[in-house]
Design a protein around this ligand. Structure first.
Ligand code: ZN
Length: 206
């Protein structure tokens, strides 16, 4: 199943240990960027490594699916608009991200946003209990807890909604924990959010 969000809003450096591993300071406010809807693929579809990059990396993340329109929302309203969660891989051409300074090319290639099947959650679901695990060829590379987010999910949605209206079906990628690393053709990468689902994608050459 392939989602068709009007936009995918992503958060950079939302886990301190990941900011450190890439030598970056933590932002004082959420660091936002966009991935294009054309980057979305579903579970089982291939991530295609583009010829332009020699360093494509996985970023396992907790994806939030917005259920109701949010504009200038407070955190409580934002929390109530979380319709579902999904495993998400913010695939990144790290060399191009660094070379460009801004992130549209490095984050925006076709197939660079695998999103798993959304799982609806109850209003009482504790978002802070979430964990995210990323495996490459069965080996765990990342394992993070939402408790370690610098900016929790309701804060992020509220913050974003003061900049751009979040529409039903929009996706928010909430940042990646430490342990990002390379993907090469032939790999199989999995993002799992225990209790929510598993997203598995093979990696192919472009
Ligand atoms: Zn990311």
């Amino acid at each position: 199943m392939r989602l068709t969000p009007s936009k995918i809003v992503c958060v950079g450096r939302n886990y301190a240990a990941h900011a450190r591993e890439l030598g970056n300071p933590m932002p004082a406010q959420p660091l936002l960027f966009l991935k294009p809807p054309s980057a979305v693929v579903g579970d089982g579809e291939a991530i295609v490594v583009p010829a332009a990059s020699s360093r494509v990396e996985h970023e396992g993340e907790i994806g939030v699916i917005v259920g109701t329109r949010l504009r200038h929302a407070d955190e409580r309203t934002a929390r109530s608009a979380v319709a579902a969660l999904a495993c998400l891989n913010d695939v990144t051409a790290r060399d191009l991200q660094k070379a460009d300074g801004q992130w549209t090319r490095g984050k925006g290639f076709d197939t660079f946003c695998p999103i798993g099947t959304p799982r609806p959650i109850a209003a009482t679901f504790d978002l802070a209990e979430l964990e995210v695990v990323c495996r490459v060829n069965g080996a765990v590379r990342q394992h993070g807890s939402a408790r370690d987010m610098a900016f929790p999910i309701p804060f992020l949605l509220s913050y974003i909604s003061h900049i751009m209206t979040l529409e039903p079906g929009d996706v928010v990628a909430t940042g990646t924990p430490e342990g990002v690393g390379p993907l090469v053709p032939g790999d199989v990468v999995e993002v799992e959010i225990p209790g929510i689902g598993v997203l598995r994608n093979p990696v192919a050459a472009g």
